[in-house]
Design a protein around this ligand. Structure first.
Ligand code: HEC
Ligand code: HEC
Ligand code: HEC
Length: 432
């Protein structure tokens, strides 16, 4: 390659970086405008218990669900689409008329721990009390103290729009008998304090299992953290126990902490709903809590070394016309950022070679990333992430299928090829 083409390559790369940068600033302005001018987590004026409550409230991402887009924090009104219909989150500010201003500590405990409202209603598990039940009484009281310190917002929200028969609340008695066991987290005395802290956060407030598990038709959770498609959302939350997906036994604690707090690591990037969880919640955990989470996550996963190495050869790209087409489309649309060998740019563009998100059995997230583009989480340690443009207008479904098949089988990657039907299926959009 001559010096000249090399230079023009560099320039091209720079232009791409620049445009990604501009788009990002626009996005940041948009976010600032729709965000709330007053930080509801500002510790000024809070006593130490309320401050602890504020920290725990973030760990549980209560605000993420209980705030409408552009709405008042914790005043509810956010719509959550599920296969049962649309849930609208309630107001949990201390307003006496429309919020939880008349509640006692005990009322709050029963909601969080047992999924029961003080008026006797059983709550739907769209509120992840199935996980929050693990929270200790002391922590629940601190969360309540914090919520009661917030400004009261008088806001009545529309009712849920749940389909028959699920709109018949007494059915929840049956559901609960099948799938719900209330109970605080019981520390395992054979494990370290750090491990127990991690387990407490992951199983409880972190409500990782609310997404990272398969749901039965009735919304009951299958295997803990073994991965599943998120209800009502066209995203697959990978297994946190399998080395083939997002199990982290073979990662270092530092790498796991980096992914969960920065949002991007040298190996991959958190996208879609996971980027949201990191932006709204996980990045605010203390380093020692994040390390505890990482130690626990490591302990529940299997390792590639537990299995015989996969010696099947990769598919030769040149042998399959769809892969050949995919390769040339990749060179035109993707290579600038993700590199000629899918190597990415550390901390900026994720690698696609040996990236488990790309090669795991379900191609759903990869297709979604390409259709929608997007940004890694905006975090304290990565305040201006570079983005990826959406390709849904630019490429046909067939072309996207070629590209996905190609990146799943190039550079030593090995995974099933995808069809145009997989892409069509992924286009159905879920919740906001
Ligand atoms: C994934 C979304 C989601 C998250 C995260 C979430 N909630 Fe909720 N919450 C809901 C929904 C939906 C309901 C309504 C359930 C119903 O009507 O049966 C609800 C109901 C409640 C209620 C009952 C209110 C009432 O009027 O009966 C309280 C209290 C509550 N949530 C507090 C919290 C707290 C505290 C947290 C964080 C620790 C939290 N929620 C996190 C979705 C969420
Ligand atoms: C709202 C749903 C949701 C919740 C809650 C959630 N996740 Fe995720 N998570 C996802 C989705 C979807 C993905 C796949 C996208 C991706 O790879 O980033 C994912 C991916 C991941 C990954 C792999 C990231 C990568 O690309 O390497 C890890 C690790 C992870 N989650 C850990 C956690 C932990 C730990 C918790 C609880 C503290 C949690 N998640 C809670 C939805 C969720
Ligand atoms: C302008 C630079 C840029 C271009 C061009 C680009 N990407 Fe990306 N890509 C990114 C960034 C930044 C991310 C991380 C953002 C995110 O995941 O939301 C990303 C994420 C991804 C992911 C998710 C990886 C993971 O770990 O979850 C895949 C898959 C992907 N890109 C494939 C492609 C393909 C295929 C093309 C071409 C059709 C392409 N990208 C074009 C910058 C780019």
């Amino acid at each position: 390659m001559s010096y000249c083409t090399h230079l023009s390559d560099k320039l091209k790369k720079l232009t791409v970086l620049l445009f990604a940068g501009i788009a990002l600033v626009l996005l940041a302005i948009d976010r600032a405008a729709s965000g709330n001018a007053n930080d509801p987590f500002d510790p000024a004026g809070l006593d130490s218990r309320q401050q602890r409550g504020a920290y725990l409230t973030r760990a549980g991402n209560c605000m993420g669900c209980h705030t409408a887009r552009g709405g008042q924090p914790f005043a509810g009104g956010r719509r959550l689409t599920t296969s049962f219909g649309v849930f609208v989150t309630p107001n949990i500010t201390p307003d006496k008329e429309t919020g939880i201003g008349n509640w006692s500590e005990m009322d709050f405990w029963q909601a969080l721990h047992e999924g029961k409202s003080p008026d006797g209603r059983l709550l739907y598990p769209a509120f992840p009390y199935t996980e929050y039940t693990k929270v200790t009484r002391q922590d629940a009281d601190a969360i309540f103290a914090y919520l009661q310190s917030l400004p009261a917002v008088n806001q009545a929200n529309p009712p849920h729009a749940i389909r028959f028969p699920y709109n018949f609340r007494p059915l929840l008695h049956i559901w609960r008998a099948l799938y719900f066991k209330p109970g605080e987290y019981a520390p395992d005395p054979a494990r370290t304090e750090q491990w127990n802290r991690g387990a407490y956060l992951v199983q409880g407030l972190g409500h990782c299992n609310a997404c990272h598990t398969n749901r039965s038709l009735l919304g009951g959770a299958d295997d803990e953290l073994a991965g599943g498609q998120i209800m009502g959302m066209n995203w697959y939350a990978p297994s946190l126990t399998s080395h083939l997906e997002a199990g982290s036994r073979d990662w270092t604690v530092d790498e796991i902490v980096a992914l969960l707090s920065v949002g991007i690591s040298e190996r991959s990037v958190a996208s879609g709903p996971m980027a949201t969880i990191i932006r709204q919640s996980l990045q605010y955990l203390s380093k020692s809590d994040l390390r505890a989470v990482a130690v626990y996550l490591q302990s529940i996963a299997d390792s590639a070394s537990d299995y015989a190495a996969d010696t099947t050869p990769s598919v030769p790209v040149s042998a399959y016309p769809d892969l050949v087409l995919g390769e040339s489309l990749y060179q035109i649309h993707c290579q600038e950022c993700h590199g000629a060998s899918g190597e990415g740019v550390p901390g900026i563009y994720p690698p696609l070679a040996q990236n488990r998100s790309v090669i795991m059995a379900s191609p759903l997230n990869t297709i979604r990333s390409i259709l929608e583009g997007g940004y890694p989480a905006t975090t304290k340690e990565n305040p201006r992430p570079y983005g990826m443009p959406p390709f849904q207008q630019m490429l046909r479904d067939r072309e996207i299928a070629y590209i996905v098949s190609y990146i799943r089988n190039a550079w030593g990657n090995k995974a099933g090829r995808v069809t145009v039907f997989d892409v069509e299926r992924s286009r159905r959009v879920g919740t906001d």
